[in-house]
Design a protein around this ligand. Structure first.
Ligand code: SF4
Length: 718
């Protein structure tokens, strides 16, 4: 293992927030109010020292007055959460979960994880659910993040890794179509890749119903009606075919299924697509010209097209566009997903997902069950599942799921139809939450466990490029706080599993490597030492170069002796399908699950602001971030504001079929006049997810966060 840094040397590590996983150094703080401070770390290639405000201020949560430092147990006498010892809190959880399973069966206990958990924690949580609790009911909030892109990736390429190339390839391509990503706000240091693209003469097309800070950088901004990205991609493909811009040699040599996909697209006439999307026909033609004239090209998607009830098909349509134009499986070309959460990528590879085992193996695959059960020392037939997807699991709380163990998530704010999910959580027989602060979800729990934060523990994450990184411990946690691995170790012991849940993250990682060996996400050749020495290692990385079962590509990196170099670039020679060819998937347009009508005449789309992260559980506790983004707002176009007689700052109620949310008006011409926008980081009356539609994508089970029908009412003004 890498030797610990002497106390006076800054500790190189990574930001606790988004999937860029920016590198930073931490050193003891000069300010007494902080325990560590961030120092620039220019040697990490992804961000080269740049950080956004969230990363720069992340240490504030370590020393926050409101962080949890002792377990809390709800006392029957007062009905309130009150301090308890670890022994009491852990016993209550073991009793609560055990009682439920005794009365209602193994699947009456659910487990809910998070895309921010390290690989080691995600792995241990999946194993804990399946081996200790024997429940099939485990999923995680990453289902709400990039699951549609993951499903589309699997269908088309046979493998899901967010970006199949490193970020450094972006400036070297000829044209990027960025679909539904406001990375200038969600991951600001990544904006430089687009700036460099343009400096190199490349073109940038941004697809977004809002003229965001990112869209302002574009050579061409397409602003489709929310929920019509699928039609847009099909219309572009139609034009590509009609204008003879397909790459026929690539289609012939590297793909299958073109005829079906082509005829599906040809039903989407540009004039029809113009009507469906609201994007003018000349802009559609300009987009095709830019994308096809470029020798190389990329399509990058994020939550915009993915968080829809047809997210998998929508991403599939954009992949079809890449394949038809030959912009895939070649250097500096391809499709990629900009994963959102810090360990959104690793979190979906190691077993906290309802249908997966470590190494991105399928739970339904007998060979995968055999392999993982062998590593775990259990009978393959004893592995339960698959279980329900995240929303379906949350929706079943209080029904056939009576008790829940939750780690690293705050669904009271982040789940769709959030008031209903909050009510489901309240209806549980027993809820246990491990978190760093008393989040809105933790506040409903019967037992709350205070756990360590990023800088207080070591572990690996896998960033949006598939680069496995090492977050290093820089300081000791406050007394009274334990790691999630220690929690699982203690609970497993109380539930009769003395062995199998080590507390040392490197020991867990070594087991994870064995469990992943030979799987699609093969980590077996990655070690803590290698990560430290190589600025991260890209999976798949089998143990040796001769063990190529999972390696999908020879890469540009050079093997040293027997050691596999990792795989920064996938699919250059072959795709990860059985025949090595990418698969076109025939898809057709369909409307959003909820379209505007007389009662709900507007479209709502939700998203993020630069100073807050996800449910805001951590960032809302940072003064500087709160000052920059103190609360929710409703963005609307001046024409709509005039029609509704709304002025800047007026309190507005946004009403959907699921509830109402109240926030001040922010009037801007950067949004379509048929659409309003709300950021979703806040609880309470301005909670945007009170409104969102849980209609699920049939393949990925992704809810439709990005579009629903609403009306806007002026509230009485203060
Ligand atoms: Fe952290 Fe993401 Fe900001 Fe980088 S861009 S500092 S990883 S939140």
């Amino acid at each position: 293992a890498p030797s610990p840094a002497p106390p006076s040397t800054p500790t190189p590590t990574h930001c606790p927030y988004c999937a860029l996983q920016c590198g930073m150094n931490l050193r003891p703080a000069a300010q007494v109010s902080d325990v560590v401070e961030v120092v620039e770390r220019t040697d990490f290639p992804v961000n080269r020292g740049a950080l956004c405000g969230k990363g720069r201020t992340a240490p504030a949560v370590l020393s926050s007055r409101v962080r949890l430092t002792e377990p809390l147990v709800r006392r029957p006498a007062t009905g309130r959460l009150e301090p308890a010892t670890w022994e009491e809190a852990l016993s209550k959880i073991a009793e609560g979960l055990g009682r439920t399973q005794e009365a209602y069966g193994r699947d009456a206990v659910g487990v809910f994880g998070g895309g921010g958990l390290t690989n080691e924690k995600a792995y241990a949580l999946g194993k804990f659910a399946r081996v200790v609790l024997s429940t099939s009911q485990i999923d995680y909030n990453g289902r709400f993040c990039m699951s549609s892109a993951a499903a589309a990736h699997q269908k088309a390429f046979g493998l899901d890794r967010g970006l199949p190339f490193p970020l450094e390839d972006i400036p070297r391509t000829g044209c990027v179509i960025l679909v539904g990503s406001n990375l200038a706000e969600t991951m600001p240091p990544a904006l430089r890749y687009l700036t460099e693209l343009k400096e190199n003469g490349g073109k940038l097309i941004v697809v977004d119903p809002r003229r965001t800070r990112t869209a302002e950088q574009a050579d061409l901004h397409l602003a489709p009606r929310p929920g019509t990205d699928l039609a847009l991609a099909l219309g572009l493909l139609h034009i590509v075919v009609a204008e003879g811009r397909t790459d026929d040699a690539f289609i012939r040599d590297r793909t299958t299924g073109w005829e079906e996909a082509r005829s599906a697209a040809m039903g989407h006439w540009p004039e029809l697509v113009e009507r469906l999307t609201g994007v003018p026909l000349p802009q559609l033609r300009d987009a095709v010209r830019m994308f096809c004239d470029a020798g190389t090209g990329m399509v990058l998607t994020a939550r915009g097209p993915e968080q829809q009830s047809k997210g998998t098909d929508t991403v599939g349509a954009w992949i079809n566009l890449c394949l038809a134009t030959g912009h895939a499986g070649r250097p500096h070309s391809g499709y990629g997903c900009l994963t959102g959460q810090g360990n959104g990528q690793g979190g979906r590879e190691h077993g906290q997902k309802a249908d997966q085992l470590p190494g991105y193996r399928k739970l339904t695959d007998p060979a995968a069950r055999e392999h993982v059960a062998g590593v775990w020392g259990v009978d393959p037939d004893s592995l339960p599942g698959p279980g329900r997807s995240a929303y379906e699991l949350l929706d079943a709380l209080g029904g056939d799921i009576k008790s829940l163990l939750l780690m690293g998530s705050n669904p009271v704010v982040s789940a769709p139809r959030a008031a209903h999910i909050e009510e489901r959580l309240r209806s549980l027989d027993f809820l246990a939450v491990a978190d760093v602060v008393l989040s809105e979800t933790a506040a409903l729990a019967d037992v709350v466990l205070p756990v360590t934060q990023w800088a207080e523990e070591t572990g690996t994450t896998t960033n949006l490029e598939g680069r496995v990184l090492l977050r290093r411990k820089a300081i000791d946690p406050p007394p009274g706080v334990r790691t999630d691995l220690e929690v699982m170790h203690a609970l497993a012991a109380l539930l009769g599993h003395e062995k199998g849940f080590p507390v040392d993250p490197e020991e867990v990682f070594d087991e994870l490597r064995r469990a992943s060996a030979g799987g699609p996400a093969d980590y077996s050749g990655i070690s803590y030492r290698r990560i430290a020495e190589e600025d991260g290692v890209f999976w798949p990385c089998p143990e040796t170069t001769t063990d190529t079962a999972a390696a999908t590509d020879t890469d540009t990196a050079t093997a040293t002796g027997d050691v596999h170099p990792g795989t920064p670039r996938l699919f250059l020679d072959r795709f990860a399908t059985e025949d090595g060819r990418a698969r076109f998937v025939p898809v057709v347009h369909r409307p959003a699950a909820e379209e505007p009508d007389a009662e709900y005449p507007l479209l709502l789309t939700t998203g993020r602001v630069v100073a807050q992260y996800q449910s805001g559980a951590q960032t809302r506790r940072v003064d500087e971030l709160n000052a920059a983004a103190p609360g929710p707002f409703v963005e609307l176009h001046p024409r709509l504001a005039q029609r509704l007689d709304v002025s800047e700052g007026d309190r507005l109620a946004v009403v959907s079929r699921r509830g109402r949310a109240v926030a001040p008006a922010r009037i801007t011409d950067s949004i379509r006049s048929d659409t309003i926008f709300m950021p979703f980081h806040w609880p309470g009356e301005g909670r945007a997810n009170t409104l969102t539609n849980p209609a699920l994508d049939p393949t990925s089970r992704m809810p439709e966060f990005k579009v629903c029908a609403v009306r806007v009412e002026r509230e009485p003004q203060d």
